[in-house]
Design a protein around this ligand. Structure first.
Ligand SMILES: [Fe+2]
Ligand SMILES: [Fe+2]
Length: 290
């Protein structure tokens, strides 16, 4: 994983970046909200286990965590769920009830610690209220975002994610054209069902986010973004229904990616740099789902 950073007075980012040779990187973020009752949003990557726990512990003693908000039960969000639950005995697991049921098929999830939520539910975390909201794009029907009512911060799950040229701590650091292409590529690969929607109907879904007017946007797959970027982001997402469909790599293309990854690991390069990466025809070409 990468170095944690503080994106707001009360929001810390625990970032990782998945290298996609020839395409860029996919940010994968967990968050800590330092509310009166501290909240961890998602649990990082399993391959980062020790680093993730160390980074989390540097922000908040896991023993003080009161809530673990799991946005959905995809592997890039649940990587350290079991370990964190053990380290945080006072924390309740806030998630979609069916996500909890599904996770119980692969680890002994303590059901008595689950606080099931659905869209519109409020969670009191001491000094503020978090409201469960539906992300406009998702790759898993359990996906449940949250709006911090005290700050206007929106945690948008996989929505507003983007494949970007290189890791950064602010979406505003990414050149606008690269960000728009990377967001479109991610959206078509992660939420291919959007092609089935009528653009006008999908526009109504985007309008619901517009009405929230988030102060900041914390996607699981984008560096921290200011709410002033929302209209640009919505303009990109409005293109998704009629955008070119994502085509995953074939066997030869995937083998090339693996070779490039192996070479990067051998050279000790954790993620690709823009200037070293061959330019893709489309960011959608090698985008994974998560
Ligand atoms: Fe994800
Ligand atoms: Fe996902």
């Amino acid at each position: 994983m990468d170095s944690p950073y503080q994106a707001a007075a009360d929001v810390h980012v625990l970032p990782a970046n998945l290298a996609l040779p020839g395409v860029g990187v996919l940010p994968i973020n967990a968050y800590v909200i330092t509310a009166e009752e501290p909240v961890l949003v998602d649990t990082g990557l399993g391959v980062d286990a020790d680093d993730f726990v160390d980074a989390l512990s540097a922000i908040v003693d896991p023993g003080r965590l009161r809530w673990i908000w799991l946005t959905h039960d995809d592997a890039d969000h649940t990587g350290n769920i079991e370990r964190v639950m053990e380290l945080a005995p006072r924390a309740r697991l806030v998630t979609h009830g069916y996500a909890a049921l599904r996770m119980s098929t692969w680890w002994p999830l303590p059901m008595d610690r689950v606080h099931a939520i659905r869209f519109g539910d409020d969670l009191d975390v001491g000094d503020r209220t978090l409201t469960a909201v539906a992300p406009p794009l998702f790759d898993n029907p359990m996906s449940t975002g949250l709006l911090d009512r005290s700050t206007g911060d929106l945690f948008s799950v996989d929505a507003f994610g983007a494949i970007i040229p290189e890791p950064t701590q602010s979406a505003s650091d990414v050149p606008p054209e690269a960000l728009a292409g990377g967001m479109l590529g991610w959206a078509t690969s992660d939420s291919p069902w959007v092609h089935l929607t009528e653009p006008a109907a999908f526009g109504q879904v985007l309008d619901r986010v517009r009405q929230i007017q988030p102060r900041r946007i914390f996607s699981s797959h984008l560096p921290a973004a200011d709410g002033t970027a929302l209209e640009d982001f919505l303009a990109v997402l409005q293109q998704v229904p009629s955008a070119e469909h994502f085509v995953p790599p074939n066997s030869d293309e995937f083998a090339q990616m693996v070779t490039a990854l192996t070479e990067m690991q051998r050279a000790g390069v954790p993620v690709p740099r823009t200037e070293a990466a061959p330019q893709p025809a489309s960011p959608a070409e090698a985008a994974p789902r998560g």
